[in-house]
Design a protein around this ligand. Structure first.
Ligand code: ATP
Ligand code: MG
Length: 424
């Protein structure tokens, strides 16, 4: 991608109204644009990174047997009345929309009311179980305070997986499998998530949240650094300094961002919609369910909160919108020569021919300092610089976003160097 053609650019100053680091950096670096509180447009850079988060989630959900579906965002009122959630939490959470003739609809903030009656159409006997279906879709929530950039939106991206089982044992087995998949997802996104016990709703003692420690987090958790055991403060019987009930270590208090949450719903929704199956002995039983959420947009915000420095974002390789930032560097006063442009264009083409898509800062009239500031702000993992001086000696400068120093690499070795870096 040529920077001169890119829709959405960096700006020299941070947005004045950003209330968080992720909003400030993502807007300033040209990844997103705020439409109103809690609602963002993803520009090409932001969308590429968001799609990478979703791609990782898809791979890991498919690996645990999840089958992707796409349910509507516009919901009829009736199934919500059937579970009681049209009224409670009702409009506190759900945006209601009025259609023709005064007919009422709601915008989906979760999908148990849609997936459970849907599953009922296909479940007859134990032979149809277990199965799991997920979607990645925008959710709408009437959040009282939409803030912290992508961390708390009124429209935001969610992956929601729902699983259906014959008995509690099978639900427990799958719940654990998904929990492991979640840890892989967050790890690939560069986040260290702590599995945290939290309130479980009506049907189980605990749900499990995946919490990422950071000062900008809204949640407070008590966690044991020795064994990793953790509880959300909202449910917790612990205090900082208490003995860890699992290993005897010392519980610490920390602020954290909830990036995922998994629940054993058991029969809460299957009973509401009468979803039963016939077991091997011929008797009818209620289906047990689990549900498992991750907010890809919140994950993106959390990555920026956790992995950035005073110069900008530091993308993990798997989430960077482009893996290489190729810079055509003008000489101090002369600008760029046609020879230099030709050399940089050739490197750009060579990388693309090998399946590496660079962001190419091909601006002929922008000074080195500004280009480097932009590269650090955007935060791609690797920066390559083509300059008159290096060109004269047949080499290219190569610098990792997190490294203090650059390497000078022979022009012929650049491709191999980049490939090695990306493969690590
Ligand atoms: P919170 O307690 O932060 O309001 P929640 O517990 O209501 O979130 P869940 O219903 O568990 O959220 O949703 C599953 C996941 O969706 C969350 O773990 C989070 O990653 C994401 N999510 C929830 N609400 C938002 C939001 N307003 N903006 C962005 N992501 C969200
Ligand atoms: Mg939650």
């Amino acid at each position: 991608m040529r920077y001169t053609r890119l829709f959405g650019k960096t700006s020299k100053t941070a947005p004045h109204d950003a209330d968080s680091k992720n909003a400030r950096l993502l807007v300033q670096a040209g990844f997103v644009d705020q439409l109103m509180a809690g609602v963002y447009t993803y520009l090409p850079l932001g969308l590429r990174s968001l799609e990478k988060v979703k791609g990782i989630i898809r791979e890991e959900m498919d690996a645990v047997g999840g089958q992707e579906v796409l349910m509507p965002a516009l919901h009829p009122k009736e199934p919500w009345e059937q579970t009681g959630r049209w009224e409670d939490p009702g409009p506190e959470v759900m945006f209601r929309v009025q259609g023709r003739g005064g007919k009422q609809y709601g915008l989906g903030w979760t999908h148990e009311e849609i997936i459970t009656p849907l599953a009922k159409k296909f479940i007859r006997s134990y032979k149809d179980l277990p199965f799991a279906a997920y979607q990645i879709q925008d959710k709408f929530r009437n959040e009282p305070r939409a803030k912290s950039g992508l961390l708390r939106g009124r429209e935001f991206s969610m992956k929601d997986l729902y699983s259906f089982h014959c008995d509690e044992e099978d639900l427990d087995r799958y719940y654990e499998e998904v929990s492991q998949a979640y840890l892989r997802i967050f790890g690939r996104c560069g986040l260290k998530a702590i599995v945290t016990e939290a309130s479980g709703g009506a049907f189980s003692k605990y749900s499990h949240e995946f919490q990422v420690l950071t000062e900008s987090g809204e949640d407070i958790i008590f966690h044991c650094p020795t064994c990793g055991y953790a509880q959300n403060r909202e449910v917790s019987e612990y205090r900082a300094g208490d003995k860890c009930p699992k290993c005897g270590g010392t519980m610490e208090e920390g602020k954290a961002i909830e990036v995922g949450n998994i629940f054993r719903l058991k029969t809460r929704f299957s009973e509401a919609f009468g979803v039963n199956y016939t077991d091997a002995a011929g008797s009818e039983k209620p289906v047990l369910m689990g549900c498992y959420g991750i907010g890809p947009s919140r994950v993106l915000g959390a990555v920026v909160e956790v992995l950035s420095d005073d110069r900008g974002i530091i993308w993990p390789k798997e989430l960077a919108p482009f893996s290489v930032h190729l810079v055509l560097l003008p000489a101090k006063d002369e600008g760029v020569t046609q020879d230099l442009i030709t050399a940089a264009d050739a490197l750009y083409q060579e990388l693309r021919d090998h399946g590496i898509e660079p962001l190419y800062d091909d601006r002929p009239d922008v000074r080195a300092g500004e280009k480097f500031t932009d590269a650090d702000l955007i935060g791609l993992p690797l920066r390559l610089v083509v300059s008159e001086r290096l060109q004269a000696e047949g080499s290219v400068e190569c610098k990792e976003r997190t490294a203090a120093d650059a390497l000078i690499v022979k022009r012929d070795d650049v491709l191999g160097e980049v490939q090695r870096f990306l493969a690590d």
